[in-house]
Design a protein around this ligand. Structure first.
Ligand SMILES: C[S@@+](CC[C@H](N)C(=O)[O-])C[C@H]1O[C@@H](n2cnc3c(N)ncnc32)[C@H](O)[C@@H]1O
Length: 341
């Protein structure tokens, strides 16, 4: 490698490290409510931020310096105020960057676990996600902030099934519903909709119920704990959704697709939304798809792997359903709609 190119590569790598540092600083501010507190207080000193959040003043002073260094805060004398970039880290901001910071620290955790487990090949499963007690309560909010905008902006307007649903409503089931954001989003669009969410984690179900209740939707949405692989529902369902959940149960895909097919009303649809694992490794180089490769390493630790959309179409075909793939977000996200004919 030429000397000038080595220097350029070093510079670029150090700049990338600063990106990770910046997100680490933001992460602390999110987890401990510091960005929200500063917004609430206006122009507080570090001690006032500490008092408002119940944090240790010496830690908050150090954090404030780091947040200032990375442009999240400005200084007026010895008082701090949020910059526009800092404001975007507030979890309650409608366009919040919170999921980027949480996702970055989660990715570091997964990298460390993968490094540790690689010599033995052990795959401890989904409990790995729960090992970071700070991250776990943010998981649902992170997914909601990451994907609800894409759903409203691109996926809903882009798919015939949602246009049909907006008009006539019906019965919806969300398998692996997380914090229930998807059912809340559909229920707000469509007054004639009734929804049931199922998730394996009781904490998710409790959170989903609270959020639906808070938004006045609990008369139409219900949530319960259960296993997708043994799901049973009384009466036919018009739409069954699985958002980022199918790859968790792919080891029993025959059972899962039989459950989908047998619960759908005639003309009903199963809508599977998954990250789209590409056919060729070359496309993993594209900036939008790069994170898929890192996610798949984390999925490996959890005993899962990402799916190619065509594999999902094939699984629909095996139970006699006709399926169609739509790609979003520069091809990194796939929605496969399987119709019961
Ligand atoms: C990546 S999260 C997606 C959550 C939600 N659908 C969303 O898009 O925000 C996957 C969800 O599937 C749930 N899950 C995984 N395996 C499951 C199973 N066998 N039965 C029920 N839920 C399961 C997890 O608890 C988790 O909430």
């Amino acid at each position: 490698m030429k000397e000038s190119l080595i220097e350029e590569t070093k510079k670029q790598t150090r700049a990338e490290a600063q990106g990770a540092m910046s997100l680490n600083v933001a992460y602390i501010g999110i987890i401990n409510g510091l960005f929200e507190a500063i917004r609430h207080l206006g122009t507080p000193s570090a001690d006032e931020i500490a008092k408002e959040t119940g944090m240790d003043p010496a830690y908050v002073r150090r954090w404030s310096e780091a947040a200032f260094a990375f442009g999240y805060l400005d200084l007026e004398g010895d008082h701090y105020l949020l910059t526009p970039k800092g404001d975007l880290m507030r979890p309650s901001h409608p366009e919040t960057l919170m999921p980027v910071a949480i996702g970055s620290v989660l990715s570091t955790h997964m990298a460390d676990r993968a490094a540790e487990l690689m010599p033995t090949g052990e795959r401890p499963g989904e409990r790995v996600l729960g090992e970071r007690k700070n991250i776990l309560p943010w998981f649902g909010a992170m997914l909601e902030a990451n994907f609800s905008g894409l759903f409203e902006r691109e996926i809903c307007p882009g798919l015939e099934i949602y246009r049909e649903f907006d008009k006539k409503g019906g019965n919806v089931v969300d398998l692996g519903c997380g914090n229930g954001w998807y059912l809340r989003a559909l229920a707000k669009r469509c007054p004639g909709l009734r929804g049931t969410g199922l998730d394996g984690f009781e904490e998710n179900i409790q959170r989903a119920r609270r959020l639906a209740d808070h938004q006045g939707l609990s008369d139409r949405l219900s949530f319960r704990t259960g296993d997708i692989k043994t799901f049973a529902h009384e009466g036919p369902v018009d739409l069954i959704a699985m958002n980022r959940a199918l790859h968790h149960v792919w080891d029993e895909k025959e059972t899962v697709f039989r459950i989908l097919e047998s619960h759908l009303a005639p003309g009903g649809a199963a809508v599977i939304w998954e990250p789209a694992w590409p056919d060729t490794p070359e496309s993993l180089r594209s900036p939008r798809k790069r994170p898929l490769a890192v996610q798949n390493l984390g999925e490996h630790v959890q005993g899962n792997h990402l799916l190619r959309p065509e594999e999902i179409v094939e699984a629909f075909r095996a139970v006699g359903m006709v399926a169609e793939i739509s790609l979003f977000s520069e091809g990194a996200e796939a929605v496969i709609v399987g119709r019961k004919v």
